[in-house]
Design a protein around this ligand. Structure first.
Ligand code: ZN
Length: 215
């Protein structure tokens, strides 16, 4: 397995992020290796989902790992049904340093193939899995969450250094290497990917206060 570089919006090589992925016709050993690499890359980031275009491969392939579901791959995924709307916060590994508030569906049903090529149908409702399914499948259609924002006022910058600091084990002097001018961000404002990892480790209670408009 190998960690692949993640393509970043606005940097060279980002055109693949805007390219609809091709359908996968052959589930062979090289695809299995690609899936393993994607899972490793997602965990390293860390994130709760990754789509093949994010590592420069224009294929309809996503991997997802959320606290309630072990890591899985979905080949040629399609959203077949959505109902309801909810206003939630989102981030993307290809748009580091930002988060946005947007509408996602409450209930999501998707279909595709698992890594063995078996047909699967996944239903999720009002949870991180539902959000991740929509987000990652959007990637396979060349769509990014920033395209769904009502306006740029719904996109906000976050301090990645601090988000990573929250992720790191406690140090003797946690503020020792912090830039003196960096404004202190409230805990709980980490991007989705980090918040999810906190939940995975059972530290959700430490995430701090949440804005009432969030779920
Ligand atoms: Zn993304």
């Amino acid at each position: 397995m190998a960690i692949r570089p993640i393509r970043i919006l606005g940097e060279p090589g980002d055109d693949v992020l805007r390219q609809p992925g091709e359908r996968i016709e052959c589930i062979d050993g090289s695809l299995q290796r690609l899936i393993d690499d994607m899972i490793e890359t997602m965990r390293d980031a860390p994130g709760v989902g990754l789509a093949a275009p994010q590592i420069g491969i224009a294929l309809r392939l996503v991997v997802i790992e959320v606290p309630e579901v072990p890591a899985f791959a979905l080949i040629n995924p399609e959203v077949v049904r959505t109902t309801g709307q909810r206003w939630i916060e989102e981030g993307c590994l290809s748009i580091p340093g930002y988060r946005g508030d947007l509408f996602r569906s409450v209930k999501v049903t998707v279909k595709g193939l698992d890594r063995q090529g078996r047909r699967v149908r996944i239903r999720a409702a009002d949870d991180l899995l539902a959000q991740a399914l929509e987000h990652e499948i959007d990637h396979t259609n060349g769509l990014l969450y920033v395209d769904l924002l009502g306006g740029t006022e719904h996109l906000h910058r976050i301090d990645l250094d601090e988000a990573e600091e929250e992720e790191a084990p406690p140090a003797d002097e946690p503020d020792a290497e912090q830039r003196p001018s960096a404004p202190r961000r409230r805990r709980g404002q980490a991007p989705l990917v980090y918040v999810a990892r906190h939940r995975l480790r059972g530290r959700a209670g430490a995430a701090g206060p949440r804005s009432p408009r969030r779920r």
